[in-house]
Write a protein of this length. Structure first.
Length: 388
């Protein structure tokens, strides 16, 4: 198999790429000073798949309760698959209540109390309840070990190579649980795109009622910044104050990660300032959409020798505000791709560079179905390939 690169002139696909320039191309406004207090900082535009700012984005660090975002994803997956119901009741084990009720953030669960899954999900998402996370995990898988295995399997599925989980709560474990900022973006993408309704119902909710009391979301985004709807705070003495946040405005979703901040107000300020910088100092214009032809790649043993490729969803082009945004791209794939090829199957990636900045990758899928060729056509296509 060969590693193929095909240059693509992306600017030709969208005439509006040329924008009025009032500052040097490729440079955004100065970063807010508050961001300097975070040891880890990342601002990622999910609508364009472009990193807007990064500091130590691949470094492993302690997530604290941000690990509960993976707990929620695993539970959401189970609900979607039909193996977990939101109205199902989970009985709190006596040992779970004795160890976790009142420890850290908590729902104060009692021995043998029967709690609905929806209440445990809300408690984990909004107030970061440690006892709620443990009760949910035990109710789903019978043990924390098995649930942690499921968390790690999902992390591998998402390509979270710099993350590992040993519990559903993120409680200190000597560093055995760790994440990277870029991995948390991958996790957020899955929450938002795979489970939009559950994300809004639990993570984006401003508050929950529990045993007659109203509990507000701990997120410094939800109900505070325009479009803010998630995702998860975290804090321990070892980890500092962390936050995985997200907001959507006008169909454009940004994800913020700050880690290792020394105070809760500092965490909130740095995350909010970084988010506002992303919205105010960067433009995102409509760009690629499903069905838009990006190019063609070679097919082996197919009824056709080439297949058209496109993107699986809409992507915007994000450039510094006022800059001239010119994109250049390269189609990268291992090929030729063997037929049969189903429409929508992933076949490669588009590596994009905007104004000479570091490239980033978008997935490419087949825009059409290519059936496997019959014996005669395979012979003819093979001879034509030799001739080329």
């Amino acid at each position: 198999m060969l590693f193929r690169r095909l240059p693509v002139v992306l600017a030709a696909l969208l005439p509006t790429l040329a924008l009025a320039a009032d500052r040097p191309t490729g440079h955004a406004a100065p970063l807010p000073r508050s961001v300097a207090q975070a040891r880890v900082a990342l601002l990622f535009d999910l609508s364009s798949e472009r990193t807007l700012y990064a500091r130590n984005e691949e470094a492993r660090f302690l997530p604290a309760s941000m690990a509960k975002a993976m707990t929620l994803l695993v539970a959401f997956d189970a609900i979607k698959a039909g193996s977990l119901r939101e109205d199902a009741l989970i009985t709190v084990r006596p040992e779970t209540a004795r160890r976790w009720s009142g420890r850290g953030t908590t729902l104060f669960l009692q021995e043998n109390e029967r709690v609905a899954v929806r209440d445990l999900l809300a408690g984990v998402a909004l107030i970061s309840a440690n006892d709620g996370a443990v009760a949910l995990a035990e109710g789903m898988d019978g043990s924390l070990t098995r649930f942690s295995e499921r968390m790690n399997a999902r992390a591998r599925n998402l390509g979270m190579a710099d993350s590992h989980f040993t519990s559903p709560s993120g409680f200190p474990d000597g560093g055995a649980t760790y994440v990277s900022a870029m991995d948390l973006v991958r996790l957020t993408r899955a929450l938002v795109e795979d489970h939009p309704m559950l994300y809004r119902r639990y993570i984006a909710a401003p508050s929950m009622m529990w045993k007659g009391q109203l509990h507000a979301s701990k997120s410094p985004f939800v109900g505070v910044v325009p479009g803010g709807d998630g995702v998860k705070t975290g804090h321990t003495y070892e980890a500092g104050f962390n936050f995985l946040g997200s907001a959507e405005r006008g169909g454009r979703r940004l994800v913020v990660v700050v880690g290792g901040v020394w105070t809760a107000p500092g965490r909130a300020q740095s995350a909010r300032d970084l988010l506002e910088w992303g919205y105010s100092e960067w433009d995102a214009r409509s760009w690629l959409s499903p069905g838009t032809p990006v190019g063609h790649i070679a097919v082996q043993q197919g009824a056709r020798r080439r297949v058209a490729v496109t993107v699986p969803r809409a992507y915007r082009l994000t450039v510094p505000r006022g800059a001239r945004g010119r994109a250049e791209g390269t189609i990268v794939y291992s090929g030729p791709i063997a037929a049969p090829i189903a429409k929508g199957a992933r076949v490669g990636e588009l590596r994009v560079s905007v104004d000479g900045a570091l490239p980033y990758a978008l997935p490419l899928v087949a825009a059409e179905t290519v059936e496997r060729a019959g014996p005669f056509d395979r012979t003819v296509n093979g001879l034509l390939g030799l001739w080329r």
